[in-house]
Design a binder for this molecule. Structure first.
Ligand SMILES: Cc1ncc(COP(=O)(O)O)c(C=O)c1O
Length: 383
C-alpha cells in the first residue's frame, strides 16, 4: 500500500481514490512561505507561474484565473460572444462549456462526438454552422486530441473563433507541438483531479499581448488604471484572479508535470494489459503518440450485463475502488433541454453518458493498485 492511499477504519480493503493530487513537502513549505510573506493574493508567484506555463505553450501569452470555468467565461467574453450568438460545442463534455455559453446569453449548439476518442464530430460541426455561429468550443479528452489541423482549417474557412477546452490534456501533443502552443484560445484546469494542480485554478492561452491585456481587465472587475492613479471601469468584469498561495503550488507542480505524466502513462499501460475481457466494453483510444492520461474511462454495456451502473459502482466501492462518471450528456440536462434538445439526438454522447465509468488514475497509485481495480472489476462481473 502506498502512503497516500486512504484507509478505512473497518476491515474493508483500503480505498483507491479515483483521483488524488500529489503534493510534496517542498510545496507545503512554499505555501507556508507565501502565507508568511504578507502578500497572499495575486502577485509575483502568479506572474512567475504565467511565464513558466507560457514557455510550455510556445511563448504564447498565458494568464491564470481561478478555474478553467472562469477561463472559458473570459474566453467567450474576449471573443465578444453574447446574446444572439451561437457557439458549437460537443454534447459530451463537462458542464462548464454549456454553462458558460448559456451564462453569457449565447446559444449552445450541440453536436455529437466520436464514441472512442470522444472528439467532437467536425462534419456535424460544419453542418451546424449558421450566420449566427461565432465560435467552436471543443473538449479534448485523454488519449486522443481533436484533429487540430481539421478544426483550425474549418474555423478559418468560416471565420470562427476556436476555444479549446484543454482542461484534461495539459502535456498532450498534437503532432510535434504541445496543446496550448497553437490554435486560437485554449483553456486549462488545475483542479486537484487534473494533470497538475493549484488547488483550484485555470489558465487561458491567447494569441496576442493585446488579448492578454483584455483578459487582465476581464478577470479583475473591468478595471483600467488612469495616469492620476485612480481607476476606471471599462467593462463589467468578473473577479477571477488567482492567489499567490495557489500559484506557489503550481510553480512546484509544473517541473514535476513530465514525471506525473509518465507515471500516469505507466498506469494506463497496466490497465490496457490487465483489463479483463468484457464483451461489449469500449476502452479508451490507445494508438495516439504523446498523449497525457488524465482519466481512464471505460464504457460498460450495463443494460446487456443486467447490472445498473449504480450497483456496479457500489460493488466496486465495497472492494475499495472509487469511481466517477465522466460525463453526463449536456443536451439531456435540464438546461440543455431548455434549448429544445432531447434524448436520441446524439447517440454517441448518450451512450457514453449511460455506459461510462472513470476508474482510479492518479500518480500516487501503484501498478498493484491497477491490478486490484482490474481484479475487482473481473470478480464483480463474474458474479
Ligand atoms: C473537460 C473539462 N472542462 C472543464 C472543466 C472545468 O474545470 P474547473 O474545475 O477548473 O473549472 C473540467 C473539470 O472537471 C473538465 O473536466
Amino acid at each position: 500500500m502506498n502512503a497516500n492511499t486512504n484507509t478505512n477504519n473497518n476491515a474493508s480493503p483500503p480505498m483507491i481514490n479515483f483521483a488524488q493530487p500529489c503534493l510534496d513537502d517542498a510545496t507545503i513549505q512554499d505555501v507556508a512561505d507565501v502565507l508568511r510573506s504578507n502578500w497572499i493574493t495575486s502577485g509575483p508567484k502568479t506572474v512567475a507561474l504565467e511565464q513558466a506555463l507560457s514557455a510550455g505553450f510556445g511563448g504564447r501569452p498565458t494568464r491564470m484565473l481561478t478555474s478553467a470555468t472562469a477561463a472559458m467565461e473570459v474566453a467567450l467574453e474576449l471573443c465578444g460572444i453574447g446574446p444572439g450568438d451561437e457557439v458549437i460545442t460537443s454534447a459530451q463534455s463537462f458542464f462548464s462549456t454549456m454553462n458558460m455559453i448559456a451564462k453569457l446569453g449565447a446559444t449552445p449548439v450541440f453536436v455529437d462526438c466520436d464514441l472512442v476518442s470522444r472528439a467532437i464530430n467536425l462534419q456535424q460541426v460544419e453542418a451546424a454552422i449558421t450566420p449566427r455561429t461565432r465560435a467552436i468550443m471543443p473538449t479534448h479528452f485523454p488519449g486522443a486530441l481533436v484533429d487540430m489541423d481539421a478544426l483550425m482549417g474549418l474555423a478559418q474557412k468560416n471565420s470562427l473563433r476556436v476555444i479549446e477546452d484543454a482542461a484534461l490534456v495539459q502535456g498532450s501533443y498534437w503532432k510535434d507541438r504541445p496543446i496550448g502552443s497553437f490554435g486560437d484560445i485554449a483553456t486549462f484546469s488545475f483542479h486537484p483531479n487534473k494533470n497538475m494542480t493549484t488547488i483550484e485554478g485555470g489558465a487561458i492561452v491567447v494569441n496576442t499581448e493585446a488579448e492578454a491585456k483584455r483578459v487582465d481587465i476581464l478577470r479583475f472587475h473591468g478595471i483600467t488604471r488612469l495616469p492620476d492613479e485612480t481607476r476606471d471601469v471599462v467593462v463589467a468584469g468578473g473577479k477571477f484572479n488567482l492567489s499567490d498561495v495557489s500559484a506557489a503550488i503550481g510553480l512546484r507542480q509544473l517541473p514535476q508535470l513530465e514525471g506525473f505524466l509518465q507515471k500516469r502513462a505507466l498506469l494506463v499501460e497496466r490497465y490496457f494489459s490487465q483489463f479483463p475481457q468484457v464483451p461489449g466494453a469500449v476502452l479508451p483510444p490507445r494508438d495516439f503518440p504523446r498523449q497525457s492520461w488524465n482519466m481512464f474511462c471505460v464504457l460498460f454495456p450495463f443494460s446487456e450485463m443486467q447490472l445498473s451502473r449504480k450497483a456496479f459502482r457500489d460493488a466496486l466501492r465495497q472492494q475499495g475502488v472509487a469511481t466517477g462518471v465522466s460525463y453526463e450528456a449536456l443536451h439531456t440536462t435540464t438546461l440543455g433541454r431548455s434549448y429544445g434538445y432531447k434524448e436520441g439526438q446524439f447517440p454517441n454522447a448518450e451512450r457514453i453518458a449511460n455506459e461510462t465509468l472513470t476508474l482510479p488514475l492518479h500518480v500516487n497509485m501503484s501498478v498493484e493498485d491497477v491490478d486490484r481495480v482490474c481484479a475487482a472489476v473481473a470478480a464483480i462481473l463474474k458474479r
